[in-house]
Every structure is written in C-alpha cells, then in structure tokens.
Design a protein. Structure first.
Length: 152
C-alpha cells in the first residue's frame, strides 16, 4: 500500500491545493520510484495537471515493458514479472496502488510512470487505473476535462 502522501487521496489533497506538480515531483523522487530525473523533466515540460482521474487501461500508451512488447524501453523480463506479480497480489488483496503518471501528448495518453502498476491491474482483471495527467498547456487540460465530463 502506498504511503498516505503518495496515495490517491494524497493526490486528491494536492489537487485541491493546486499543487499536483509538486505531488508528482515528490512521488517520482520517493523510495520505490527513485526517478528524480523524470520528475524534473515532467514538471518542466508539463505546466498543467489534473487528477486523479480514472482512465481505461487500453488508452494508456506504455513506454516500458517486457522484451517483445510494443514499448520504447524493454525491461528485464525477470524483474518485470516479479514486480508485476507482487503488485497483482496486492491488488487482489484489495490494496490500493498509487496513481500512475500520464502525459497528454498529441491526443495520446503516454504512461510516464506506472508501467508495472498498469500491467498488474490488467492481470488482476481491472480495466481502469487512477492517474494524474500532465499537459503542456492549460487549454489542453481544459478540453480533456470537458471530454471526461461528457463520458461520465
């Protein structure tokens, strides 16, 4: 289970404060993620954030995964399988995973952080993941929010 600060409720609290960019940077720099370079890159490139929102797994474009999958960064298969199996077990036991981090790029939802979480949710039979989504421009975020409200 994620620590309370990096949980879905922690992300909601950050959103209520208008501080999702800081939440993303803190989350990505935290133990387990350990990805300060990605935190820096995303919080510089993406200026508007929303979330957490529930997104369909099949709309998320993964960047990392096991060799042979359509991904940009192949991950060692043993490491991949072990992490996914561990998280799948957590999901099946009812534990909540931290939201995934997604960038909205050219009308695509690019999964920047959370590849293992998404795969573990998929293998546990879930079709959606909680996500914090970053945008280069606030008007893109606003159009995305409008589209989400029409789907509800």
């Amino acid at each position: 289970m994620p620590d309370p600060e990096h949980s879905i409720n922690g992300a909601r609290a950050a959103a209520a404060r208008g501080d999702l960019d800081t939440w993303v940077a803190d989350f990505l720099a935290s133990p387990g993620s350990d990805n300060e370079p990605l935190a820096y890159k995303l919080t510089k490139e993406l200026t508007a954030w929303t979330g957490p929102v529930l997104l369909p797994l099949d709309q998320l474009h993964r960047l990392a995964g096991p060799p042979g999958d359509p991904v940009v960064v192949p991950v060692d298969e043993n490491y991949w399988d072990d992490r996914v199996d561990e998280m799948e077990q957590m999901v099946e036991e009812g534990e909540e995973l931290s939201p995934v981090i997604v960038a909205y790029r050219g009308d695509e939802l690019v999964l920047e952080d959370g590849n293992h979480r998404v795969e573990s949710l998929r293998q546990a039979g879930h079709g959606h993941a909680w996500a914090v989504v970053g945008f280069e421009h606030a008007d893109d975020r606003d159009r995305f929010a409008e589209r989400l409200s029409f789907q509800s």
